[in-house]
Design a protein around this ligand. Structure first.
Ligand SMILES: NC(=O)C1=CN([C@@H]2O[C@H](COP(=O)(O)OP(=O)(O)OC[C@H]3O[C@@H](n4cnc5c(N)ncnc54)[C@H](OP(=O)(O)O)[C@@H]3O)[C@@H](O)[C@H]2O)C=CC1
Ligand SMILES: CC(C)(CO)C(=O)C(=O)O
Length: 349
């Protein structure tokens, strides 16, 4: 089995590091030449840096650093999308082998036609793609014939440098059939439950993630997980970015909580009109995430502070899109989009 992780950012480094560390000590993987784990970074500079320095991985902020030297682990490779030859690991030769499974850990704004074209060159006819992004895509970017699964994770990861990552929060990962969300040809017949593994790519991934220490589950109803996470992000992310506060500080006043509730009520009204399942319990989930990640800088605030583009179009913008689909208004979410987009030119760059 060959797993490609695309994106050497926070989430990509987290999944790669934990999987590689587990493969290193598990004879099922370290002995099996047929299994491959490949991290694809965007730049050659990052790939070279990792090949030279390895990855410094921490299981938590104050936890010891594990040094991981990918090329010393059988089957593990690191290369860049912009490289066609794995120069620093010449014994591995030219990377021509196609992936069986691609874990896509880039951000929503990185998914564009060039990346799709590059992915198509990494795929054989049965390759599965698992999208790990927050938010929701309502465009039809994925070619209809592709088997695209959806991953939703509440794990937290923070890249400290191109070669170091910390597992900043422990959560759960759900993987499910993306056909209803993406309109792709994804089929979900390969694995049943975590207890009843069947042979297949998804089952292999779930088993590998579990052995690596993640809580990973096959979801028969991935949509509910997607919309639950979408709601959490649509309430927390833009407000933390606009007010420049940590997640916990959202709960500091009744006035802030009232605005959060307005975003929540508007989102669930949009879901209701679209016949999308939702739960009142999600409101408590939002409050709980604020408490559990109180000192965290949300990803949107981090993007704004670092002058990067944000995922607003696929978070609040997705809710506005769903509202338009049933001809209703979602003014609070529209305002979030406009306010985030209209941050100064440098910030929105
Ligand atoms: N971090 C977290 O805790 C969580 C993140 N998520 C979601 O996961 C996704 C990724 O988040 P995160 O890891 O934090 O983001 P990062 O910005 O840390 O990582 C994204 C990575 O994708 C790389 N990239 C961009 N374009 C390409 C390309 N064409 N080919 C290969 N790599 C590319 C970037 O490279 P470069 O740096 O060189 O530009 C960057 O390293 C987001 O949608 C986020 O919302 C979900 C749950 C938790
Ligand atoms: C859940 C939350 C808000 C945690 O920070 C997150 O996913 C993000 O920052 O994007």
């Amino acid at each position: 089995m060959r797993i490609d992780i695309v994106g050497g950012g926070s989430l990509g480094l987290l999944f790669f590091s934990k999987l590689a560390l587990s493969w290193q000590t598990d004879s099922e993987y370290s002995g099996a030449q047929s299994h491959k784990l490949h991290l694809w970074t965007r730049t050659k500079a990052q790939a070279e840096y990792i090949r030279e320095e390895g990855i410094a991985f921490q299981e938590g902020q104050d936890q010891p650093v594990h040094s991981l030297v990918p090329h010393s682990i059988p089957g593990c490779l690191v290369a860049a999308v912009e490289e066609s030859v794995l120069t620093a690991n010449s014994d591995q030769g030219i990377i021509t082998e196609k992936a069986d499974l691609i874990l896509l850990t880039v951000k929503q704004q990185h998914i564009h036609s060039e990346l799709i074209q590059w992915l198509s060159e990494r795929m054989h006819k049965d390759t599965l793609i698992i999208t790990m992004q927050n938010g929701l895509r309502t465009d039809s970017i994925w070619p209809g014939a592709w088997q695209v699964y959806v991953g939703v994770t509440t794990e937290g990861a923070k890249k400290l440098s191109p070669v170091s990552v910390v597992h900043s929060g422990h959560g759960q990962t759900y993987i499910g059939n993306g056909a209803t969300l993406y309109g792709s040809s994804a089929v979900c017949g390969q694995a049943t439950t975590m207890d009843g593994y069947e042979e297949g790519t998804i089952a292999f991934l779930l088993k590998s993630l579990t052995k690596a220490g993640f809580i990973a589950t096959l979801s028969k109803d991935i949509e509910i997980e997607v919309y639950r996470k979408l709601t959490i992000n649509a309430v927390i992310n833009p407000l933390t970015a606009l007010w420049r506060v940590s997640n916990g500080e959202l709960l500091a006043s009744e006035a802030r909580i009232a605005i959060m509730r307005q975003l929540f009520d508007e989102a669930i009204a949009v879901y209701g009109k679209n016949d999308i399942g939702w739960s009142e319990a999600w409101w408590n989930d939002i409050l709980q995430v604020c408490r559990a990640t109180a000192s965290n800088t949300s990803s949107m605030l981090a993007d704004v502070l670092n002058h990067r583009s944000t995922e607003i179009d696929w978070i609040n913008g997705a809710i506005v899109g769903l509202a338009q689909r049933v001809q209703i208004e979602a003014p609070a979410h529209e305002w979030m989009c406009k306010l985030i987009e209209s941050l100064t030119v440098e910030e929105a760059d």
